[in-house]
Design a protein. Structure first.
Length: 114
């Protein structure tokens, strides 16, 4: 069964950095792309970064040049390095396959203060 456990969130000042991790079990990395999603207060969940089975990456325009998605297929872990954080990056961050599966983890809260 699929299990997604996100970690690494926290409170950071604008301009700071955080590295999120997602331990993904029950998902085969060789046949599934993976993505990081976020949901701000009162907003819909959105895709911010994804990595395909070949290692190719894509980013939302709002995070391009600041966020980097990567994965470790041996550890079954997906990472999101977030630099130059802005208050508008404040959200709960989730990982999932891309396209997403029905199962979601609990997410990790990222709060960026101005």
């Amino acid at each position: 069964q699929v299990q997604l456990v996100e970690s690494g969130g926290g409170l950071v000042q604008a301009g700071g950095s955080l590295r999120l991790s997602c331990a993904a079990s029950g998902i085969t990395f060789s046949t599934n792309g993976m993505g990081w999603y976020r949901q701000g207060s009162g907003k819909e969940r959105e895709l911010v970064a994804r990595i395909n089975t070949f290692g190719g990456t894509n980013y939302a325009d709002s995070v391009k040049g600041r966020f980097t998605i990567s994965r470790d297929s041996v550890k079954k872990t997906v990472y999101l390095q977030m630099n130059s954080l802005k208050p508008e990056d404040t959200a709960v961050y989730y990982c999932n396959a891309f396209p997403p599966l029905m199962t979601w983890g609990q997410g990790t809260q990222v709060t960026v203060s101005s």
